[in-house]
Design a protein around this ligand. Structure first.
Ligand SMILES: *[C@@H]1O[C@H](CO)[C@@H](O)[C@H](O)[C@H]1NC(C)=O
Ligand SMILES: *[C@@H]1O[C@H](CO)[C@@H](O)[C@H](O)[C@H]1NC(C)=O
Ligand SMILES: *[C@@H]1O[C@H](CO)[C@@H](O)[C@H](O)[C@H]1NC(C)=O
Length: 402
């Protein structure tokens, strides 16, 4: 079913996205994915351990409810009846056993396949087997599929046609079984899935693979800053899986990365060894005030830049994206504001309300700091906050006063 999300602000239609309402959650997916940290070194014990730890550490309660297996779980060929085959060395108890375990803990289960002849790591792909495989994944108890983009050269049609095959297969299997899977797709080269993705899938990648370093994070955010209008309920720009806990990202960078992904309304999939996460990193990933913006069920639009800061507005700069972002939260009396300090030095923040389309220049606002978890009092006309460290972030909720 297609429906139109329309938001009216001051009588002006500010957004409309034709999204695929497949009956699943409106907000972005949250959970865990194996790829960033483990790549092909996966097995059922790792999945069970990760899920158990995520529950014990409070991630499930915080909203991270999908445990997703990426590439490398299957074999290179199908069986004689054309079915996918699980690698029984890595997953000796089989997939149904594993999804039962995850469901027993309260999680949902996700898996990755590929809309090409082979997956990126060279295992059997799904192209021309979409309906068979959709049935298999439902039989195995999965709730979520990521469809990757490797080895698709033999397909003669367009990318929208290729990925639409999974939309059709999932719709067919829903009619047969009553079960619908969350559909996360990955497209690259043309990088235009935000244009045709909304009626086809629940999320689509919008950039090359993330890496656990600050320059890659600013590159992805720079591109994302121009396509916020394409993302809304059921249909989200996917900035790629989180790198919190990986590489040499500082705590300030981890905070900025997580806040930017959450407020751009990207899926939030943890991609590290959760048994090695520091308490500080856990506190970043489970900040309930940031997550409540990502998971807002009333306002679907992401935050968008309203003022570039150092660069002139509208500048495309992969190492210094737009700094000031805003969007509504819950209703039009609550505005979320994000500022990221891309400078290599500490700076003060000071902006006037009239810059943001989500603030009214003539109103007073009560301000809450979402990282210090503090109310900062009532402000008018402009907002000042001092000493923001290099690569760190500030996020606030501005509540309009009567
Ligand atoms: C899953 O497999 C494990 C070990 O192979 C077994 O102990 C357990 O009973 C199985 N669970 C289910 C739900 O089948
Ligand atoms: C990022 O945006 C630029 C400018 O629109 C575009 O040329 C480039 O292909 C994009 N890169 C990715 C990986 O999306
Ligand atoms: C912030 O900017 C406003 C107007 O642009 C100015 O009046 C005010 O003095 C500035 N505040 C600080 C603390 O710099």
């Amino acid at each position: 079913m297609l429906f139109k999300v329309a938001l009216l602000a001051s009588g002006v239609l500010i957004n409309s996205v034709f999204a695929w309402d497949n009956g699943l959650q409106k907000a972005p997916a949250m959970g865990f994915n194996t790829w960033n940290r483990f790549a092909c070194n996966i097995n059922e014990a790792l999945i069970r351990d990760t899920a158990t730890r995520m529950k014990d550490l409070g991630f499930l309660t915080a909203g991270y409810n999908y445990i997703n297996i990426d590439d490398c779980w299957n074999t290179k060929s199908r069986d004689t009846s054309g079915q996918l085959v699980v690698d029984s060395t890595k997953f000796p108890s089989g997939m149904k056993n594993l999804t039962d375990f995850l469901h027993g803990l309260g999680f949902k289960a996700g898996v990755c396949e590929d809309q090409g002849l082979t997956t990126c790591a060279g295992f059997a792909g799904s192209l021309n087997h979409e309906l068979t495989d959709a049935r298999t994944f439902v039989n195995w108890g999965f709730d979520y599929i990521k469809i990757d983009n490797c080895d698709s050269g033999s397909f003669k049609g367009t990318n929208p046609e290729r990925f639409q095959r999974w939309t059709d297969a999932l719709t067919q299997v829903k009619a047969e079984t009553g079960k619908m899977l969350f559909y996360s797709l990955v497209e690259w080269q043309s990088f235009d899935a935000w244009v045709w993705g909304p009626p086809i899938a629940n999320s689509w990648r919008m950039y090359d693979d993330i890496q656990a370093n600050w320059p890659r994070i600013t590159q992805i955010l720079n591109n994302a800053s121009f396509i916020g209008d394409h993302s809304n309920f059921h249909a989200h720009n996917d900035l790629d899986m989180l790198e919190n806990g990986n590489g040499a990202l500082t705590l300030a960078e981890q905070r900025s990365h997580f806040t930017a992904w959450a407020l751009a309304k990207s899926p939030l999939l943890i991609g590290t060894d959760v048994s090695k996460l520091s308490q500080d990193s856990i506190a970043i990933l489970t900040n309930p005030e940031i997550i409540s913006i990502n998971q807002d069920n009333i306002i679907g639009e992401p935050l968008k830049p309203f003022f570039w800061g150092k660069n002139p507005d509208g500048t495309w700069d992969p190492s210094f994206p737009a700094q000031y972002w805003s969007g509504y939260w819950k209703d039009q009396e609550h505005t979320a504001i994000m500022y990221i300090n891309f400078n290599e030095r500490t700076v003060d923040l000071n902006f006037t309300f009239s810059h943001s389309p989500h603030l009214k220049a003539d109103k007073k606002y009560a301000v809450r700091d979402l990282w210090k978890h503090q109310d900062k009092g009532i402000v008018a006309n402009f907002f000042f906050d001092g000493s923001i460290p290099s690569h760190d972030v500030r996020a606030y909720i501005f509540t309009e006063q009567p």
